[in-house]
Design a protein around this ligand. Structure first.
Ligand code: GDP
Ligand code: MG
Length: 347
C-alpha cells in the first residue's frame, strides 16, 4: 500500500513550498566529510540516517557499517537531563564554549520535544544555538523526538556513532525533560548529568527516585542573580539526600554542583568531576561493561519494534490488527481475548 510521495503531500499544504532535493552522494563523500568534522556533511549524514526512503536507507547502512568496522577511540557520551525550562540548552551552549576554550571539541545532539508535527521549535533552538553552531569545535544537531517515548530512538545510537567517528571529545545528548526520557537517555550514555532548578529541593519527594538514580552528577543551575541564595540552599538539600542513593560505580560519590549556564559559572568544577568519573570508570572497566549492557538492551528494544513493524507492514495483518484495536476501544473485546486473537494472527 502506498502512502504517496511525501514531497508531493508537502506541496499540497503550501503551494509555494520549494522542495530542495539534494542528490544522494556516495559513501566516501559522507565518510570523509564526517572524518573532517565538516558540520554540513555531519548534518547531511544524520538526516540521511533519519530517512526512511529505501535508497537512502541503503547508503546510510553502508556508512554505518564502515563506521562500525573502523575502530576509533571511544569518546565520552554525556547525557544532560532535567525538567523543561531548567536551562539545559543554555547550559550545553556554555559547556560547548567552555570545552572549546580548553582545546577540546563537543557534539551536542539536542532532541526536540515538539517537532514531530511542526518544524517550529527546531528552528527556534537552531537559531539560539546558531551562534555557537558556527564554532568549528562545537557541532549542534537538533533532532525531532519522533514517536518513540522520550525521543530516544534508533537514530540517537546512529548519531552517537557518527559523532564518535568524527572524533569529538565529548558527545552530549540533551533530553526533552519528561520522566521517561531521563531514563531512556541514561541508557545510552556513559555519564548522566541531572540538572535541577533552585528551589526544587523542597519538592524532593516529587522528583522520582528512579530519575535521581540515573544521575552521576547533580547540577543546581541558574545559580545567579536573585536565585544565588536559593540555589545554594537547594544544593545542601540534595547533598543530604544523595547519601541514601546507591551508585553502581564503586567509590563514586555523586557531586552536587552549582552552575549558571547564562553566566558560564561552575564549568571548571563540572569538567573536574567529568574527568574524575571518566578516569575512575575507565580504570575499573565500568564504562565498557555499561556499554555492553546498554547495547544488549538497545538490541532487545529495537528488535521488538522491528518485529512489530515487519508484521504490520503486511496490509492483511495491519487490517486485522486495527480490527482488534477498534474492538478494544469500543469495549466489545476484552484485552485478554484480544491478545489471544493477536497470537492467532502471528500463527
Ligand atoms: N537565571 C538564569 N536563567 C537561565 C539560565 N539558563 C537558562 N535560563 C533561562 O531559562 C529558560 C529556559 O532555558 P532553556 O535553556 O531553553 O531550558 P531547557 O528547556 O532546559 O533547554 C530561558 O528563558 C533561559 O533564558 C541560567 O543559568 N540562569
Ligand atoms: Mg532545551
Amino acid at each position: 500500500m502506498s502512502i504517496g510521495n511525501p514531497l508531493i503531500r508537502l506541496k499540497n499544504i503550501n503551494p509555494k513550498y520549494q522542495v530542495s532535493q539534494k542528490p544522494l552522494k556516495d559513501v566516501a563523500y559522507y565518510l570523509s566529510g564526517i572524518a573532517e568534522k565538516n558540520h554540513v556533511i555531519l548534518g547531511e549524514t544524520i538526516t540521511l540516517m533519519e530517512s526512511t526512503s529505501p535508497s537512502k536507507v541503503v547508503v546510510a547502512r553502508k556508512i554505518l557499517n564502515s563506521i562500525i568496522e573502523t575502530p576509533r577511540p571511544e569518546r565520552l557520551r554525556i547525557g544532560v537531563t532535567g525538567p523543561p525550562g531548567v536551562g539545559k540548552s543554555t547550559w550545553l551552549n556554555a559547556f560547548g564554549y567552555f570545552v572549546s576554550s580548553q582545546g577540546k571539541s563537543t557534539a551536542i545532539l539536542a532532541i526536540d520535544p515538539s517537532s514531530t508535527n511542526s518544524k517550529g521549535s527546531i528552528l527556534g533552538d537552531k537559531t539560539r544555538m546558531d551562534i555557537i553552531g558556527r564554532h568549528s569545535d562545537v557541532f549542534i544537531r537538533p533532532s525531532p523526538s519522533g514517536s518513540v517515548l522520550g525521543g530516544i530512538s534508533r537514530n540517537t545510537m546512529e548519531s552517537l556513532l557518527v559523532c564518535e567517528y568524527a572524533g569529538f571529545d565529548y558527545i552530549c545528548i540533551e533530553t526533552v525533560g519528561v520522566g521517561q526520557s531521563e531514563i531512556a537517555v541514561a541508557e545510552q550514555v556513559d555519564i548522566n548529568i541531572l540538572i535541577l532548578q533552585p528551589g526544587s529541593g523542597d519538592d524532593i519527594q516529587g522528583i522520582k527516585r528512579g530519575i535521581m538514580e540515573t544521575a552521576d552528577i547533580i547540577v543546581v543551575n541558574k545559580a545567579d542573580g536573585a536565585l544565588t541564595g536559593l540555589a545554594d540552599q537547594t544544593r545542601y538539600q540534595f547533598q543530604s539526600i544523595i547519601k541514601y542513593l546507591h551508585h553502581q560505580l564503586p567509590h563514586w560519590e555523586i557531586p552536587v554542583i552549582l552552575t549558571s549556564g547564562l553566566q558560564s559559572k561552575g564549568f571548571t568544577e563540572i569538567m573536574e568531576q567529568i574527568n574524575k568519573f571518566s578516569i575512575l570508570s575507565s580504570a575499573s572497566g565500568y564504562i565498557s561493561e555499561k556499554r555492553k549492557d546498554q547495547g544488549l538492551k538497545w538490541f532487545e528494544q529495537q528488535g521488538l519494534l522491528a518485529l512489530q513493524h515487519h508484521f504490520l507492514n503486511n496490509p492483511k495483518n495491519k487490517t486485522k490488527y486495527l480490527e482488534i484495536t477498534d474492538k478494544i476501544k469500543d469495549g466489545t473485546l476484552h484485552p485478554i481475548q484480544a491478545i489471544d486473537l493477536y497470537l492467532d494472527l502471528l500463527g
